[in-house]
Design a protein around this ligand. Structure first.
Ligand SMILES: Nc1ncnc2c1ncn2[C@@H]1O[C@H](COP(=O)(O)OP(=O)(O)O)[C@@H](O)[C@H]1O
Ligand SMILES: [Mg+2]
Length: 265
């Protein structure tokens, strides 16, 4: 793999490689998300740019760029450092993603207090996106990074749908059928993963492709079980409602009592 100027890229500079881009360590505290430039072999055996794929990668990069601009200053979003050489520049978080942490054999399960804090962080991140009139769809453990002070921040807005700022997001739907409820379903999966420390990802492409409730994992006895289930059965209209529910003293007490009955400390 080469930099655009033709110089070699060293393996330890590559943080991750995705379908449309590669994550590269640019300096000690900045990473670049560089859209792939792909070559295809022509009929005569020569290599030429794959213009169709390159345009798709470029469009994904531009979409993510616009999303990061919209999200500047919002709570729970990775620090965006603009564009360098047609790539996205982000602050580097050496602890990596939540998914890396969960699958790493070197790390044990974080204490419940920290996982509960991460659950709240994840809700705040998605709430920020929705308040900025952005639907994400790709809400997953791999798309949260962990900061030095152990806060979760959202990354990866390639697939985000960015609506005009006066949109009523509760009634909005993107061209693939993604809605606030679909995002909250995937958020529920992230919360379930944090509660149980087991990766949970269940596909829910649109409201028409909603998973059968009987196929969902049991939430009885797990932290935030009621809230996770509420995300899965569309009980909350938005993340704001979920956050308000968590912060209301009576609701919090009721949840604690319910969870204590289920055997959770
Ligand atoms: N700022 C960052 N600091 C540290 N690791 C990062 C950062 N951004 C992304 N990563 C790592 O790179 C992976 C891919 O990044 P992401 O933006 O999700 O690209 P993709 O669109 O290919 O999924 C993430 O899952 C995470 O492990
Ligand atoms: Mg990603």
């Amino acid at each position: 793999m080469l930099w655009p100027d033709g110089s070699s890229l060293y393996p330890d500079e590559i943080i991750a490689g995705g379908h449309s881009s590669v994550l590269i360590l640019h300096s000690s505290d900045t990473v670049l998300k560089v859209p792939h430039k792909t070559l295809v072999k022509g009929r005569d055996g020569s290599w030429m740019p794959d213009t169709v794929q390159d345009e798709l990668n470029e469009a994904a990069y531009l979409n993510e760029f616009v999303a990061y601009i919209r999200l500047i200053g919002c709570r729970g979003i990775a620090e965006f450092r603009g564009s360098i050489a047609d790539s996205l520049a982000l602050k580097y978080y050496p602890a990596g993603s939540l998914e890396n942490r969960l699958v790493s054999s070197e790390c044990s399960m974080p204490p419940l207090g920290l996982r509960l804090r991460w659950m709240s962080d994840a809700v705040h991140s998605i709430n920020s996106c929705h308040e900025a009139r952005i639907l994400l769809y790709d809400i997953a453990l791999r798309n949260f990074v962990i900061t030095e002070d152990l806060t979760l921040l959202a990354i990866d807005f390639e697939q985000a749908s960015i609506f005009p700022e006066d949109t009523n997001l509760e009634t909005a739907e993107d061209h693939l059928g993604v809605t606030v409820r679909v995002d909250m379903f995937h958020l529920g999966c992230v919360l379930f993963s944090l509660a149980t420390w087991k990766k949970c990802h269940i596909e829910c492409r649109s409201e028409e492709h909603w998973p059968l409730l009987e196929s969902l994992p049991c939430v009885t006895g797990i932290p935030w079980g009621y809230l996770i289930w509420s995300c899965w059965v569309k009980r909350f209209r938005n993340c704001g409602e979920l956050l308000r529910y968590c912060s209301k003293p009576r609701a919090r007490r009721r949840r604690k009592m319910r969870e204590r009955k289920q055997g959770i400390e």
